[in-house]
Design a protein around this ligand. Structure first.
Ligand SMILES: Cc1cc2nc3c(=O)[nH]c(=O)nc-3n(C[C@H](O)[C@H](O)[C@H](O)COP(=O)(O)O)c2cc1C
Length: 170
């Protein structure tokens, strides 16, 4: 089984996308197997019960659920918006939680964030941790945070720290 690595921003120049790739680079270096998802994997309409009644859970969210089921752990790198969770990520959690045998249950989830701000998105991750606890995921204690994020600061993140981040829950 390999780790599923996904990001919570679909922006082309996403800092969180860059952190996601940095983590994948470290996984490569240390021989840690992973599957990297494009942020477009979180493409889904905003959750709406009428939509669900009419059309069921979107195919994109069913595919995501399959990937989560198949993974040993999920690494989720998500931006912070107004001190909380990315709506894209929250929406994906909600859709996936609607499926039978919802895959968050007992799943190990490792969280990270990058932000131009000084706190690195930690407040968003604390909310994300609460939400994931409510869908019965296990969240790892250490976050991969990049405050004052830029191409340079993401590239300079310590690889031993990121390796140990990835090994949480083993
Ligand atoms: C609506 C909005 C709210 C934001 N709120 C926060 C915040 O609370 N904390 C923070 O560190 N950055 C905040 N930011 C800045 C984001 O961290 C920044 O735009 C970041 O680059 C977004 O992630 P991305 O680069 O992966 O798309 C906010 C940005 C937007 C658009």
């Amino acid at each position: 089984m390999s780790i599923l690595v996904l990001g919570g921003s679909r922006r082309k120049a996403s800092l969180n996308g860059k952190l996601k790739h940095r983590i994948a680079e470290v996984a490569d270096k240390f021989g840690i197997r992973y599957k990297l998802l494009d942020a477009d994997a979180l493409d889904a309409p905003i959750y709406h019960g009428d939509f669900e009644d009419a059309e069921g859970v979107p195919a994109s969210m069913q595919a995501l659920a399959k990937d989560i089921h198949a993974a040993s752990k999920v690494v989720l790198i998500s931006p912070e918006y107004n001190s909380s969770v990315s709506p894209l990520v929250k929406n994906a959690i909600d859709w996936v939680s609607r499926l039978e045998n919802q895959p968050w249950q007992n799943k190990k989830v490792l969280l990270g964030a990058a932000s131009p701000g000084g706190l690195g998105g930690i407040r968003g991750l604390m909310h994300l941790r609460d939400i994931l606890g409510n869908v019965q995921a296990w969240t790892a204690p250490n976050f991969a945070l990049c405050p004052k994020a830029s191409d340079a600061s993401i590239a300079q993140m310590d690889e031993t720290f990121l390796k140990n981040f990835l090994l949480q829950g083993d």
